[in-house]
Design a protein around this ligand. Sequence first.
Ligand SMILES: [Zn+2]
Length: 225
Amino acid sequence: MITHHPSDELLAAFTQGELTASLSIAVAAHNELCPVCQEKVEKLNAQHAQMLFDTDNETVDEASNDIQEVELSWMSMIDDITDDDSQSLLVPIDIKSVQLSYDKVQLPRALSNVSLKKWSKLGDVSRARLELEEEPIRSSLLDISPGGVVPLHTHKGFELTLLLDGSFEDDMGTYHAGDFIWLDKSHTHSPRTTDGCLCYAVLDDAMEFKEGFSKLFNPIGSFLY
Ligand SMILES: [Zn+2]
């Protein structure tokens, strides 16, 4: 069961189109797996549409425009939209599958039409970056092989992990497919997985392995960023 969700602020920013592409993909992919957030987004969209409608009506009243004229322009706009095939919401998306270290896994629709760079591997982790140019924000798919561990680290910026498949645990709990985990420099953790997992990760800076031998792991921190 999903127990970690995007915050209400993040969902609101998502519906207003205010998120970067990488975070927007994360929320959309989470929503494909989460009926709770799907419903929240539908409500927010309806509220937003109502707000726009109310604002439009106020403008009409103020300007004392002929309502019939406005209705006609609405109808012609709707005709234009329905006549235009490029506006169709039913464009089929080919759901992509990826062959991971432990299984073949289907990607969510939100990730299926984004290009991936090629996979590279360091230790237990294989990484494929998304081709989104949003520096300093970087987004990647991470395939962690069965028994894999990411050494204890903190974050210089934020780290968003959307668990897409499998499960992992860290110092704060156990996570399952769909969990949306937002961490920052106030969190220190060491994720580990028994059976392997696939994560979508968005970071805006490298991870930091601070103490003792952990400094040896800083190349992994840069790799995972
Ligand atoms: Zn949710």
